[in-house]
Design a protein around this ligand. Structure first.
Ligand code: TLP
Length: 345
């Protein structure tokens, strides 16, 4: 059965055009920096995000980890959202591998960290304290509803970072979704930050890979650390070839996913027992809770949906997240809403 898969935008398979480009890609040994397709992807990514240089990495998790490892020494502190992917969903990599100390701050429902909370969390010089090195933001903020953080907010955080001599990294796994929703370029949106990571293998549909962008020296060090972690890939041009299509063609079509997420959300609002997040969705994620009176568990609902050809994933004991992407068309949205209606009766 061909499923309608709304579990994540990570499930996107490459398009026929990507597969063709992958099959015919010019390749070389990327550890020697000899792969022309990887080099082109890195150049174009750096340009698109307005930074000096870029590095192709196997995953978003590795991209974020490398940034943290470059900025911090053992025992240094990073300011992160308490609902951020770096804090919750990256297996504590930076603590495990480099003794980095996270200082989680409450993510507000709009995805932001209060500026006052950030300022307050920055450690003063004192023998008792850790050394604050870095502020991390996530844009879009996934678990707060896939919300985009505005340019004004990014600028305000950038200002705090500069005033306090801190670095500023953006987990921009879905930065092009944010830029699309805000109707500005991704370059403008990450301009206040020193570095950013964005994923090719989510809404941008490539099968593998993420990009880390930043200053020349930062990327040079990240390349060294990528090798240390075993992420130095050889003929990676077969993957980068798909990434080039992501950058050129997929970054400009995300509005369609956002429109479909809205349509899905409007349909789900009509279904008794589903409580949609307010002001949602602003990008490609539809979050909703089960009303108290619903007796079915999230697992039972997911199982029933699967029987009807729709894959959904829960995001909490009474919560779901449905994600639209390239392979979800209008018919898929309608079928999903109908299937949920049938299951919730
Ligand atoms: N997110 C995945 C899951 O890990 C939750 C998803 O389905 O949304 N930053 C953000 C904001 C992310 O959402 C993700 C993946 C990553 C980083 C990590 O990317 P990968 O999966 O490439 O390591």
């Amino acid at each position: 059965m061909e499923y309608i898969d709304l579990r994540s935008d990570t499930v996107t398979k490459p398009t026929p055009e990507m597969r063709e480009a992958m099959a015919t890609a010019e390749v070389g040994d990327d550890v020697y920096m000899d792969d022309p397709t990887v080099n082109e992807l890195q150049e174009k990514s750096a340009e698109a995000l307005g930074k000096d240089d870029a590095l192709f990495v196997p995953s978003g998790t590795m991209g974020n980890l490398l940034a943290l490892l470059v900025y911090c020494q053992r025992g240094d502190e990073i300011i992160v959202g308490d609902k951020s992917h770096i804090y919750l969903n990256e297996a504590g990599g930076s603590s495990a591998l480099d003794g980095i100390h996270p200082r989680p701050i409450k993510n507000q429902s709009d995805g932001t960290l209060l500026l006052g909370d950030i300022r307050e969390a920055i450690q003063s010089e004192d023998v008792h304290h850790t050394i604050t090195r870095l502020i991390c933001l996530e844009n879009t903020q996934n678990s707060c509803g896939g919300v985009p953080l505005s340019l004004e907010y990014m600028q305000a955080v950038g200002k705090i970072a500069r005033e306090n001599n801190l670095s500023f990294h953006v987990d921009g796994a879905r930065i092009f979704n944010a830029a699309t929703a805000l109707k500005i370029s991704a370059k403008e949106l990450v301009a206040p930050a020193d570095s950013a990571m964005f994923c090719l293998s989510k809404g941008l549909v490539a099968p593998v890979g993420s990009m880390l962008v930043g200053a020349g020296k930062f990327i040079q060090r990240a390349r060294h650390l990528r090798k240390m972690l075993g992420g130095g890939m050889r003929q990676a041009g077969v993957l980068a070839a798909a990434g080039l299509i992501s950058l050129e063609k997929m970054t400009t079509r995300l509005e369609q996913d956002h429109i479909r997420a809205k349509k899905l959300s409007e349909n789900l609002k009509q279904i008794h027992g589903l409580v949609l997040d307010a002001d949602s969705p602003s990008t490609n994620m539809v979050y909703f809770n089960l009303a108290d009176e619903v007796k079915l568990s999230v697992n039972q609902i997911a199982d029933e949906m699967k029987k009807r050809g729709v894959l959904v994933d829960w995001a909490g004991p009474r919560r779901f997240r449905l994600v639209t992407h390239y392979w979800i068309d209008d018919a898929g949205v309608d079928k999903t809403a109908q299937a949920l209606k049938d299951v919730m009766i």
